[in-house]
Design a protein around this ligand. Structure first.
Ligand code: ATP
Ligand code: MG
Length: 395
């Protein structure tokens, strides 16, 4: 089976197109390792040639091939109606819908076989085998047959790929990752645009009987590695910071000051690893720390751009996306399994809804964050993940 992959955005790239296609091909080679597939070029698109018994597996992996907007599955057979019929049948059978149509083309006019004859023969064959009616106006299943002397190409209707840009083409960012639903989806949004999103997770000591959030954070990093192929997860202990914040700042501002400290530590790390922005899962008004005023007051702690791709999204939409990208179950298990990251243990009773930059600066007057940033950085443990074929390896 051949899969012809098109990236519409890549095709608009003019002189830089080669850079994106080269990366896409390298990514595909890595993702498809072990399937016996070959990756090459066909016109503007990339063609993946796959042994028939691996076709379903390859098609499933292509769901994660960022940069691919459309996928056309096709098979080459001898240019005669009897050879085409069973292949076309399989193409129609693998699609949903109550009717079908064949679109037969013969660009090679020297071929004796007429497209009408092929359409009639193959159409009857499929009608008989599947008991499905032909509907030329609004077919729900489509099979395209292109005839030439070299062979016939029998394909399914174009299907949608994940879109976006090939992984690893848009620079490096650092994502703040909790065990919740939002932050992995936020990281994915920028991964989908080609950024390599490294992850930092702050963890505390769980309350007695509760699980640590480190396990879910590691699972999350693995799930995101399936899309971006390489991930680094930085695990940073946060309890010393929380104790210092509790000792030296008013309780209503605690969560906001935790957030400021997370941003400061993340920014210091970003400088070290050459990441040029931070990513968070904030969504406007989701919780008290995410009112527009509080977001302003918290953001003042860093000069780096903060990407908040979910800012206008509802929880329902975020969770639906989490299902598609494979992080939903990890977040759901973490939320029902009494997992403590750093914040649940030290929540104030009434968090401030509207603070200003000045108010927070004021609340931090007795608090010295600088030495805590240094000690936090040196306490970070690093995990490196890499995708090879269908498995995520710890390297
Ligand atoms: P999420 O937003 O990922 O569902 P959450 O709802 O528990 O997790 P929020 O209180 O909404 O977290 O925090 C807002 C953002 O702050 C998160 O999306 C994430 O980017 C960052 N953040 C929160 N807690 C942590 C943590 N323990 N480690 C790293 N980043 C965190
Ligand atoms: Mg959230």
């Amino acid at each position: 089976m051949d899969f012809i992959l098109q990236g519409h955005e890549i095709n608009l790239k003019g002189a830089n197109r080669g850079f994106f296609t080269t990366r896409l091909r390298a990514n595909l080679e890595r993702m498809l390792e072990g399937t016996g597939s070959k990756v090459g070029m066909r016109g503007m698109g990339v063609i993946v040639t796959t042994p028939d018994d691996a076709a379903a597996d390859v098609r499933r992996r292509l769901e994660r091939a960022l940069g691919v907007q459309t996928i056309v599955a096709g098979q080459r057979v001898a240019p005669d109606a009897e050879a085409i019929a069973p292949v076309a049948l399989a193409m129609v059978a693998s699609q949903p819908g109550a009717s079908f149509a064949l679109d037969v083309k013969r660009p090679d006019k020297a071929l004796a076989l007429s497209s009408h004859d092929v359409a009639v023969y193959v159409g009857h064959y499929i009608e008989e085998k599947l008991g499905l009616p032909v509907d030329l106006r609004h077919p729900e299943r489509l099979c395209t047959i292109v005839l030439s002397r070299k062979g016939a190409l029998v394909s399914r209707a174009p299907e949608l790929g994940p879109g976006g840009m090939p992984a690893g083409t848009a620079g490096r960012l650092l994502g703040l990752l909790s065990a919740g639903f939002d932050s992995p989806v936020a990281a994915y949004r920028l991964i989908r645009r080609g950024a390599r999103v490294m992850l930092i997770h702050f963890y505390g000591t769980p309350l007695a009987g509760n699980a640590s959030s480190v396990g879910p954070a590691e699972d999350m990093a693995r799930a995101l590695t399936r899309h971006q192929l390489h991930t680094r997860l930085y695990l940073c202990p946060f309890e010393p910071v929380q104790r210092a914040v509790i000792a030296a700042t008013p309780s209503a501002y605690r969560v906001l000051i935790y957030r400021r400290m997370m941003l400061r530590i993340a920014s210091a790390l970003a400088d070290k690893i050459f990441a040029h922005g931070l990513v968070t899962g904030d969504s406007l008004a989701q919780v008290a720390s995410q009112t527009s005023l509080n977001l302003e007051a918290v953001s003042a702690a860093t000069r780096l751009p903060i990407y908040r791709p979910l800012i206008g999204d509802d929880k329902v939409a975020i969770q639906a996306e989490a299902r598609r990208i494979g992080t939903f179950d990890i977040s759901a298990a973490a939320s029902t399994g009494a997992t403590d990251d750093c914040c649940s243990a030290f929540m104030p009773r009434t968090p401030a809804l509207a603070s200003s930059v000045g108010e927070l600066d004021d609340a931090e007057r007795e608090f010295d964050g600088a030495p805590l940033i240094v000690s936090s950085l040196s306490a970070i443990a690093t995990r490196r993940y890499r995708l090879r074929g269908d498995t995520v390896e710890l390297v």
